[in-house]
Write a protein that binds this ligand. Sequence first.
Ligand code: 0O2
Length: 217
Amino acid sequence: MSVRFSNEEFARVKQFVPIYEWGLQILMTKLNIIHEDLKNFQDNSAIDHIRSRIKAPESMAEKLHKMGLDITADNAKKHLRDIAGIRIICPFATDIYFLADILRSLPDVRIVNEKDFISKPKPSGYRSYHLIMEIPVFFSGKTEDVMVEVQIRTEAMNFWATLEHKARYKYREHIPAHLSDELVVIADKIAELDNRMFLIHEIISLINQDSLDFYDR
Ligand code: 0O2
């Protein structure tokens, strides 16, 4: 059964969505500057790529339904903290913590909540670092604070989360035990793979450093 906003509530959702779009644009501008700076001036590729999205009204309605709330625009604004969402994909897990530090230091932005599902994965096997950030949006005579959910993860974690999300959707949240067990095993293997790839990256960096030192002699 699909749940929806009534026509009246849907019209009210459409009225507030632009404020979230503006909040998203403000934070994306800050993140794109950080990305460009790291890449071009700091010789640091801690960010692979960044994506953003506004949650579709159908997904807002489904989430409210799951939370046992009435499907209203007021409830969406009050209870959903991921109407605006950003996903940052990093090459390595260590980059995730480096970026979270940078995000915490942004001026004009308040961190409302942080969840580290990397050091403490979800029972599903899900790994990612989540920050709920509050951005002030200034427009014609008033300011409104907008929440944006930022998810930071590696490409491998993203690969897993995308597949698991599809399985969840397909089985309407009730993934059969043999599949969910397999997904937990794969999530652990992916974490191990991320670590092993990072070690190779460190070895390569050391070799490059040694070569530079040699030429400096
Ligand atoms: P969708 O369809 O991706 O948007 P909070 O945001 O803190 O108020 P919430 O929403 O319970 O409360 O937060 P949580 O647990 O941090 O999860 C937020 C989002 O993380 C989810 O949004 C997913 O995108 C992702 N996520 C969390 N757990 C899992 C998981 O086990 N598997 C996958 N694939 N993704 C997960 P939505 O709205 O649930 O989904």
